[in-house]
Design a protein around this ligand. Structure first.
Ligand code: ADP
Length: 366
C-alpha cells in the first residue's frame, strides 16, 4: 500500500510525431513535444485546433492514431489512465455534489486504497491546507464559490499524488478578477509540488502568464513551442504573431539597405528594419508589427522610412492610448502609445508612422 504522502518528482513527458483522426478526419498532425520534469506547459490555440484531443491522449482516455507518448521514457501505449500517474482537473470541477469537501478530496485516496482512515484524514487535511480550504472541509460543493470549488477539484486531483497534472481550461468558468487569483494560486501549487503540468487554454494571457513554455497549435499542427516572451517577441509564423497578442501584418517587398533592411509597403511608404527574422530573403514578405512597435514621426520625417496614415479611432485604454489608423490603400493598422506624453490624436488627422528605435518586427515569406 502506498502512503498517501509519498511525494514523487514530476515526470518527463514526450510526444513523438503524435497524430489523431476521428474517422477520416485528421485533427492532430505530427506533434512533437518534449516536456521536462516539473515544467508547466500550456497548449494554446483556437477552438477546434486539437488541444483537448491531445490532453485526452496524454491522459490515456483516447488512443492516438499515430506516434508515441512517453512518460519518463516509457511508451505508455495501452497503459490505462489510472496507471499513468496522471491527474486531470476539468473546467466544470466535476465534484460530487452529495459529498462534503473533505469527502471529495478523500475519494481518490479511498478508491485507490491509499492508506488507512487516519492517514487519509491527515492527507486530506494537508491537501486542504495546501489549497487554503481547511475552513471549508465540512461544506458541500453548492455552498462554495466557483473559485473555491476549483480549489477543491485541484486538491482532490493532487491528493493521489500524480506525477503529471492535466488542466482542461481550469479557469474557464471563473470571473475575470478571480481568474488572476487562481492563476497565481495554481502556479504556486505547481511550483511547490514540482509537478509536470499541461494546461489546455484558448486564453493567450493565461498561457503567457502561467507557463514555462507555450505550445501554440493551429488546425492540429504545432506552430511554435517556446517560452512566453519568445512566442511574443519572436513569433515563428504569421498565425502565432496574430493569435498571441496583436500584430499588424503588412504586405511589403524586402530589400537589403545598409546594415539592415528596407520593407517597401504595398500600401505606399516604407519601413527601415534593423533585422529581418525568421525570413530575410529579399522579395515579397509580411511584416508583423506590434501596436507598441510604432511611433509617430513628424511631418518632415524621411518618407522613405515612414508610412502615411489617417487616424480613424482613438481609445484611451488605461495606461495606453490605442488608435486605429487607415493606411493609404485603406488597410487598417493599430497603434499603441503610452498615454503619458502621447500627442492629441483626433479622427481624420494625418500622421506618419515609423518603427520605434530598436523595434524588430517579425518578417515572414508572403
Ligand atoms: P479544442 O480542444 O482545441 O477545441 P478538440 O481537440 O476538442 O479541439 O477538437 C479538434 C477537432 O476534432 C474539432 O474539429 C472537433 O470538432 C473534432 N472532434 C473532437 N472530438 C471528436 C469526436 N469524438 N468525434 C469526432 N470529431 C471530434
Amino acid at each position: 500500500m502506498t502512503a498517501p504522502d509519498a511525494r514523487r518528482p514530476g515526470a518527463r513527458l514526450a510526444l513523438e510525431r503524435v497524430g489523431h483522426r476521428y474517422g477520416a478526419t485528421r485533427v492532430v498532425e505530427d506533434v512533437d513535444l518534449d516536456i521536462a520534469p516539473g515544467e508547466f506547459v500550456s497548449l494554446l490555440g483556437p477552438s477546434g485546433c486539437g488541444k483537448s484531443t491531445l490532453l485526452r491522449i496524454l491522459a490515456g482516455l483516447l488512443r492516438q492514431s499515430e506516434g508515441m507518448v512517453r512518460i519518463d521514457g516509457e511508451d505508455v501505449a495501452g497503459l490505462p489512465p489510472a496507471d499513468r500517474g496522471v491527474g486531470i482537473v476539468f473546467q466544470n470541477y466535476a465534484l460530487f455534489p452529495h459529498m462534503t469537501v473533505a469527502a471529495n478530496v478523500a475519494y481518490g485516496l479511498q478508491a485507490r486504497g491509499r492508506g488507512d482512515r487516519s492517514s487519509i484524514r491527515e492527507a486530506v487535511g494537508r491537501m486542504l491546507e495546501t489549497v487554503r480550504m481547511s475552513a471549508y472541509a465540512g461544506r458541500y460543493p453548492r455552498e462554495l464559490s466557483g473559485g473555491q470549488q476549483q480549489r477543491v477539484a485541484l486538491a482532490r486531483t493532487l491528493a493521489v499524488n500524480p506525477r503529471i497534472l492535466l488542466l482542461d481550461e481550469p479557469l474557464g468558468a471563473l470571473d475575470k478578477n478571480l481568474r488572476l487569483d487562481m492563476q497565481i494560486e495554481i502556479r504556486r501549487l505547481q511550483r511547490e509540488l514540482d509537478i509536470t503540468t499541461i494546461m489546455v487554454t484558448h486564453d493567450q494571457e493565461e498561457a503567457l502568464s502561467m507557463s514555462d513554455r507555450v505550445a501554440v497549435l493551429n488546425a492540429g499542427r504545432l506552430e511554435q513551442f517556446d517560452a512566453p516572451a519568445a512566442i511574443y517577441d519572436r513569433p515563428a509564423t504569421p498565425f502565432v504573431a496574430t493569435f498571441v497578442g496583436t500584430a499588424n501584418l503588412l504586405p511589403a517587398r524586402l530589400a537589403r539597405a545598409g546594415d539592415g533592411y528596407a520593407a517597401q509597403a504595398e500600401a505606399g511608404g516604407a519601413l527601415a528594419l534593423p533585422q529581418a527574422s525568421p525570413c530575410s530573403r529579399p522579395g515579397p514578405v509580411l511584416v508583423a508589427v506590434r501596436p507598441e512597435q510604432w511611433e509617430l514621426a513628424d511631418a518632415q520625417a524621411d518618407a522613405g522610412a515612414t508610412l502615411a496614415a489617417t487616424v480613424q479611432l482613438v481609445m484611451p485604454l488605461g495606461p495606453s492610448l490605442v488608435a486605429d489608423l487607415a493606411l493609404a490603400g485603406g488597410a487598417s493598422v493599430k497603434l499603441s502609445l503610452p498615454r503619458a506624453g502621447a500627442p492629441a490624436l483626433s479622427h481624420g488627422m494625418p500622421v506618419r508612422l515609423r518603427l520605434r528605435p530598436g523595434a524588430a518586427p517579425a518578417v515572414f515569406i508572403a
